[in-house]
Design a protein around this ligand. Structure first.
Ligand SMILES: Cc1cc2nc3c(=O)[nH]c(=O)nc-3n(C[C@H](O)[C@H](O)[C@H](O)COP(=O)(O)O)c2cc1C
Length: 198
């Protein structure tokens, strides 16, 4: 099995990147599996939905080359793993833009002439790992965790028929080292394909 781990964070020395690497180590230790870490910040992915994306959305033009490349590496994977810091109780803008552009009409979903929606990512397992500074009590009190799961897990991945296998928020990094999160991420990676097989 192969996991594509997409990381959206500008600093390769950040906890977010360390969590992504720990997840990859967990996958590797769990069997004969492979991973690719896609550092979309270092790769310079352009997140703003542009005119070419819009033409492709209306099926008037082919998709831009950078989007074809992103979709191809997801198509090569059995599992898509997103690792990101929580910014303003949501994805960072770069990752939201990656979804806006890559999860295109005709690839992630399609729409029949009668308006019926088709889900095209049924074969894809998805693992979501957000890393937040605030603690779990703050998320629970305000309903931020539920809001994120509704918008991201349900609104994006359920919409396209993908299976959200892992949905974790690693919280409370302010004022503590990240070691517990690295241990948790490694365990999630080790479990990723085991849960798939179960
Ligand atoms: C622009 C910005 C917005 C943030 N918004 C939130 C937030 O809404 N909730 C939260 O728990 N943490 C928030 N944080 C804190 C980050 O989630 C936290 O610092 C980060 O996950 C720590 O990991 P890192 O070292 O990989 O950046 C924010 C940080 C930044 C820079």
């Amino acid at each position: 099995m192969h996991a594509l781990i997409v990381v959206s964070h500008p600093d390769p020395k950040s906890l977010t990147h360390a969590v992504a690497h720990s997840f990859a180590e967990g996958v590797a230790q769990s069997g004969d599996h492979t991973t690719e870490i896609a550092d979309i910040a270092a790769e310079g992915f352009q997140p703003a939905f542009n005119q070419a994306d819009r033409s492709a959305y209306f099926l008037q033009q082919p998709l831009p080359a950078d989007i074809v490349r992103e979709q191809a590496r997801i198509d090569r994977a059995d599992a898509l793993v997103l690792v990101y810091p929580v910014y303003w109780w949501s994805f960072p803008g770069q990752l939201k833009g990656w979804i806006d552009r890559v999860f295109s009409n005709g690839w992630a979903y399609d729409e029949a002439p009668d308006g019926t929606l088709g889900q095209r990512l049924g074969r894809l397992a998805v693992h979501l790992i957000g890393i937040g500074g605030a603690d779990g009590g703050t998320y629970a009190r305000h309903g931020y965790d539920q809001a994120m799961r509704k918008q991201i897990d349900h609104g994006i991945f359920d919409f396209c028929g993908a299976r959200v296998v892992t949905s974790e928020l690693l919280l409370g990094v302010n004022g503590q080292g990240g070691t517990p999160h690295l241990v948790a991420a490694r365990a999630l990676g080790a479990d990723a394909f085991a849960r798939e097989a179960a």
